[in-house]
Design a protein around this ligand. Structure first.
Ligand SMILES: [Mn+2]
Length: 246
């Protein structure tokens, strides 16, 4: 089995286009997308139209959940910007997204099995993100239904990683298609990849385990950087342009 893993597009239709073009030259059995598809100061409508038309199995992220559960006047700026572009059909699609999905030995979540807001493989410390301690990673894993050949997928943190559990199962975060840096609060921290390329991963099952390849796909960021600036989001513009938070 060979599976393409996308996550955290955040309305960046140009990055998604580059990833799908890159994928078109490779052969996979399935493509999954791990949520936070639309929120941000970019092109939510165009992104939703692309995802709804593509043979991609999508799950909901915390921002997708917020778009269908939070009143417009209580949304953050990223959710509100996306909401204003969406039609009833887009909202209906969002409402139908599951919180997790299983494809053979592959199980996908946005954050952890318990929460779409929790970081699985990272810990925030001193305002930065680092690889979580081994016990913390194990504690966040599902207690049942995984085995040594399981491939467990998560997104949400935008940090590409491969972590092997004591059970032999592998946890993969493909990184983010659309946004290579952000700041968040509670607690305040910065995430930055340090390069602007769109990220995704391909995992292939072999006798000895999963062979995982992380891809970094360059694309023309001029359009999304302009959109972020026009929306008054200089932090987004910086992350989109460079992968760093200025
Ligand atoms: Mn998220």
């Amino acid at each position: 089995m060979r599976i393409a893993i996308l996550s955290d597009i955040h309305g960046n239709a140009d990055a998604l286009t580059a990833v799908l073009d890159d994928l078109a030259g490779r052969s996979v059995d399935a493509t999954v997308c791990l949520g936070d598809h639309l929120s941000g100061p970019l092109e939510a409508r165009r992104t939703a139209d692309m995802l709804m038309a593509a043979p991609i199995a999508c799950i909901a992220g915390n921002h997708d959940r917020a778009l269908v559960t939070t009143p417009r006047d209580r949304m953050g700026p990223s959710d509100a910007h996306a909401w204003d572009q969406l039609s009833g059909a887009h909202i209906a699609w969002l409402k139908g997204l599951p919180a997790s999905l299983t494809v053979g030995p592959v199980i996908a979540w946005h954050g952890t099995p318990a929460s779409d807001l929790e970081y699985w493989l990272e810990t925030v410390e001193g305002g930065r993100m680092r690889l979580a301690d081994r016990d913390a990673v194990e504690a966040r894993a599902p207690a049942t239904a995984i085995g040594p050949s399981s491939l467990l997928l998560c997104g949400h943190t935008h940090v590409p990683r491969i972590v092997r559990l004591k059970s032999g199962a592998v946890v993969v975060n493909p990184g983010s298609v659309g946004l290579q840096g952000y700041t968040d609060d509670a607690p305040l921290h910065v995430m930055q990849v340090g390069a602007p390329e769109a990220r995704y991963a391909i995992a292939e099952q072999r006798c000895a385990g999963w062979a995982v390849v992380h891809h970094a796909v360059p694309y023309d960021t001029a359009n999304v950087v302009r959109l972020a600036r026009e929306a008054g989001r200089p932090e987004w513009a910086s992350a989109l342009e460079s992968g760093w938070i200025a």
